[in-house]
Design a protein. Structure first.
Length: 286
């Protein structure tokens, strides 16, 4: 396994793999790898003959009051895991390597970023799109892999790729869940055992929403209120948002008459946790 910290090293390794007619797969990460990442890397390894994992905590997607300086990470453990999973190349640049001068060029995807995480993190997706575009330009993957847990990020990147005619296929992997339904996240490392247990309320609220839709409820305000009651039972849970949006442009809707994304962000103690499900409208009876 190659570990590269410069763009030139990375391009050289990828060029050699491409000369050998290998399919280049990329899994972008910010490190602190967990089972969610591992499931994506396994898919990449199964379907691509040269698997690249990027490990880079991107400063441009953090607001000044967010956790950039304390974002969890264990590079040696990440490298061991990647080696065990058969990764061919880790690209782990410094911030100076990626942003060697003041960055004056940014990528903004409009409309899809207006709601959900875009409301409380207005510049977040500008940073995400710009770093992902940089990674695509540096590595030039045939396929890039992302997790469904970050559903808005996935939608934004897919639209960026389509609108800018980027020659990369974006694929997603389903959300992995721990016992009890908590979705793995690097920020779960911030939680103590009690907070981790209380974090199960996110999946409980989503499960209740799915049940309600299956039983025929289509009014989104009714579903959101039921989810809110579940979350607010937890003493240190603070809701950032609970939202039901269409599964295309991620715009809020009043009635479920098409596939929808039900998403929420909740602060449990020191961690902001996100989760989501995609739900089909109830079948119409004749």
């Amino acid at each position: 396994m190659i570990i590269a910290d410069t763009i030139s090293q990375t391009r050289k390794a990828v060029a050699q793999a491409r000369d050998e007619c290998k399919t280049i797969g990329l899994v972008p990460t910010m490190g602190a790898l967990h089972e969610g990442h591992f499931s994506i890397i396994r898919r990449c390894r199964e379907e691509c003959s040269f698997a690249v994992v990027s490990i880079f905590v991107n400063p441009t997607q953090f607001a000044p009051d967010e956790d950039l300086d304390k974002y969890p990470g264990n590079f040696e453990a990440d490298c061991r895991a990647c080696r065990d999973l058969g990764v061919d190349l880790i690209f782990a640049p410094t911030a100076a390597e990626i942003y060697p001068r003041e960055n004056l060029t940014w990528i903004n995807v409009e409309k899809i970023t207006d709601h959900l995480c875009g409301t409380s993190r207005p510049d977040h997706f500008r940073g995400v799109c710009t770093i992902v575009a940089k990674l695509f330009n540096i590595i030039q993957p045939d396929i890039a892999w992302f997790g469904q847990k970050d559903a808005q990020q996935l939608a934004v990147i897919r639209r960026m790729v389509a609108d800018l005619n980027m020659p990369v296929e974006v694929r997603s992997c389903p959300t992995v869940r721990e016992t009890g339904g908590l979705a793995p996240s690097s920020r779960n490392n911030y939680l103590n055992p009690g907070q981790r247990s209380r974090g199960l309320c996110l999946n409980q609220a989503l499960s209740r929403a799915r049940e309600m839709v299956t039983d025929g409820t289509t009014d989104t305000n009714t579903i959101i209120e039921a989810m809110r009651l579940i979350i607010e039972k937890q003493p240190d849970a603070h809701i950032d948002y609970i939202s039901i949006v269409d599964n295309d442009l991620l715009q809020p809707i009043a009635e479920i008459d098409r596939p929808v994304l039900i998403a929420l962000a909740v602060r449990i103690g020191p961690a902001r946790l996100i989760d989501n499900i995609i739900v089909e409208p109830p079948a119409k009876t004749l």
